[in-house]
Design a protein around this ligand. Sequence first.
Ligand SMILES: [Zn+2]
Length: 445
Amino acid sequence: MNDALAAVWYALAEGRLQFRTRVALERHQERLARGHLRWVAAHSPAVAQRFLKAGLGLSQWRELPPTGKAEMMADFDRLNTAGLRLSDVLALARAAEDHRDFSGQLRGAAASAFAGQAVTVGLSSGTSGTQGAFLVGVQERQRWAGVMLRHLLPPPFSRSLLRSQRVAFLLRAEGALYRSVQSRRIRFTFLDLLRPVPDLAAALTAADPTLLVGPPSVLRALLEAGAQANPERVVCVAEVLEEADRAALEAGFGPVVGVYQATEGLLALPCRYGTLHLNEAHVHFDLEPLGDGRWRPIITDLRRRVQPMIRHRLDDILQLDDTPCACGSVARRLARIEGRQDDALVFADASGQPVTVWPDFLRAALNRVPGLREYRAEQSAPDTLWLLLDPDLPPIRTAAAAEVKAALARAGADAESVRLCFGPLLPAPPGTKRRRVLRRSVPVS
Ligand SMILES: [Zn+2]
């Protein structure tokens, strides 16, 4: 079966995975987990060893001590079930990025479960810490495309499928994955983020997409550069989606929805009401409390076999919404993806104890500063916060300082002991992920 047909098949199958009770959803997950873990433990020495080391049987998977990106990369060769070596994967992925050609694939090793099969390779952007390498098999890619189509094309799905769709993706380094659903009815245009903004704006206007997918900062820059498009849906990925950006994109392009997609998996998708639901039909989520109503996900992907994700801890900070959604789905609702764990700032309170200041606090404070177009707040030392401002003018500095000090105090930090430094915000290199609030690797004392 070719990729486009397979994707449509998966998209249709997705219609049967709408659960009306939590019990039914959990029963479905448990059933998937049983078969999946048996297969994974038999083919991935790294996963089998984790169970052995913890003294747990496969049925006790929910208690398995979580793992993370650093461990995943360290044990890459024994984790993946296609017999691929990290050195080969990195060499291919870097060559693809250098040449802006993402058609490159590896073949599963002869003795592996995926012998001779194509495996798509990707790198995570690696803005901090370890860079991640990711492998996706043919079926996994087709299913991914199907699930995306099902949830992103405007409902009802059957009618969307009958019309021809033009999808424009503004993304870096994931072309091969997205191109997999090219067909007569669905045309994909991949716009490389590293091209100059005026070129990209013209290319976007020419593509005339019915579905437009990209990071909100880039979409907004293209809008401001004069790009014209009237897609049925604008899909924001890869960055925190803030209200100001959503409003501007809705006014300029059309209805905006978000998708929570990482190289670790397809984690949340919008329903027809635009609500983001966790992708619980395919991924099991355990949530670790971070305090203040914030959670950190530990995912168990119940489908991925080439590079299993079993009790894998992500760096993201999530806020949930407990109210039921009008669409009737029982998959949990995401209120916000606030950023990554290392976007949370840590200052001292009056007695010198560390206090977490969530990125949302600072974003809300700086959004109130009149005349401030763009900014970055960056903690560079335990007591130092840089505010890089555009425009960087004296009255804006004064207003920003007052708002930020008030926000720090509200968060419980000793605002007087925090040194504020100012500077102009310089344009980011093309293709980089926008992070408005971040902490440089500051030791938490
Ligand atoms: Zn919903």
